[in-house]
Design a protein around this ligand. Structure first.
Ligand code: CP
Length: 341
């Protein structure tokens, strides 16, 4: 399998990040969001409570606030994105921020500019919050170590390591349907090995006290247990789905896999690991089906199931805007509190 490039490859061994301690300021306030690791149950619960305030019924006016008035948010996406980028953009605008969107094709990184020079350039334009997606592990923390003290960094997807706002929107979606995490069996199914979504969901669910977390995959896509919180690693989908309250399907991350050796072809994969309405009969009768997107219909999930009443996939997208509004408002308050007038 392809080795994912890490921050040590890019910047040298002395720059290894320790994301966990970097996130909170001396007063315990959230300054950067790099990972869900190390964030307390009460902090996560508080972010979910705040997110609820930014939801409104479909067809009704969206919730707006001026929490980011006079703030500038820069979305730096050096990997493709639809959901995360659009929702950070909408979230920031709905709270009154100026928003700058840069991607790899329009930024001077394409001409060889270092990521720090890009950062310092935008910081000089008074960007307050950087939202960063990058294929290399460690980049969000590396940037967080170098920004000025009045600037925040939010991780919008980092290699196969971390996708904390996705983890939060998954928690919010589960909590809105199921309430108490301590009673839930959650099955995450698919390419666990290469999934930042699975890692962040697993950390978040464990922190919230989920009853049982099952990671179900072919052997070739199984996770390294050392990189996940305690959970059941399984290779039989029927066993994994039995009495599950929540089933999360994952895409095969082909862009992160060097060799497809040992990975079943499409038809075989769907037969063994595809989530279908028929298979969902093994789960709890009121189980919900999730997918972070982008979906490959007919590979990891049956198309009709993705559009069925059991599916909460579109609610996940809606909740993603609310979660990102809550995160942006939270770090803006932290910046406000640590900067003198
Ligand atoms: N779930 C997710 O991160 O989707 P995007 O890649 O479209 O942002």
């Amino acid at each position: 399998m392809r080795r994912v490039m890490s921050v040590t490859d890019l910047f040298g061994k002395n720059e290894l990040p320790s994301d966990v301690g970097l996130q909170l300021n001396a007063d315990g306030q959230l300054r950067h969001l790099l990972t869900l690791q190390g964030l307390s149950k009460s902090l996560l619960g508080n972010l979910l409570d705040q997110s609820e305030q930014y939801l409104s019924p479909m067809g009704q006016p969206v919730v707006r606030s001026d929490a980011l008035r006079d703030r500038t948010v820069a979305n730096l996406f050096f990997e493709p994105s639809t959901r995360t980028r659009a929702s950070f953009d909408l979230a920031a605008r709905r709270m009154g921020a100026d928003v700058l969107n840069l991607d790899v094709n329009t930024s001077s990184r394409k001409k060889g500019e270092s990521i720090l020079d890009t950062l310092y350039t935008l910081q000089s334009m008074q960007v307050d919050i950087f939202v960063i997606r990058d294929a290399s592990a460690g980049v969000p923390a590396y940037i967080a170590r170098h920004v000025d003290k009045h600037v925040s960094v939010l991780n919008a997807g980092e290699s196969d390591i971390s996708h904390p706002t996705q983890g939060l929107l998954d928690l919010l979606t589960i909590r809105r349907h199921k309430g108490d995490f301590s009673k839930l069996n959650v099955a995450i199914v698919g390419d666990i090995a290469h999934s930042r979504v699975a890692r962040s969901a697993a950390i978040g669910l464990t922190t919230m006290g989920v009853h049982e977390l099952r990671l179900v995959s072919p052997e070739a896509l199984a996770p390294d247990p050392a990189t996940f919180p305690p959970c059941r690693i399984m290779h039989d989908l029927n066993d994994g789905l039995r009495d599950a309250d929540v089933v999360m399907a994952l895409r095969i991350q082909r862009e992160r896999i060097g060799s497809l050796d040992g990975i079943p072809g499409i038809d075989e994969y769907f037969a063994s690991f595809g989530i279908s309405s028929e298979r969902m009969k093994l789960a709890a009768p009121d189980a919900i089906v999730m997918h972070p997107g982008p979906m490959n219909r007919g590979i990891e999930i049956e198309s009709s199931l993705a559009d069925s009443p059991q599916s909460v996939i579109r609610e996940q997208v809606t909740n993603g805007v609310a979660v990102r509004m809550a995160i942006l408002a939270t770090v803006a308050r932290t910046l406000e509190s640590q900067c003198p007038d």
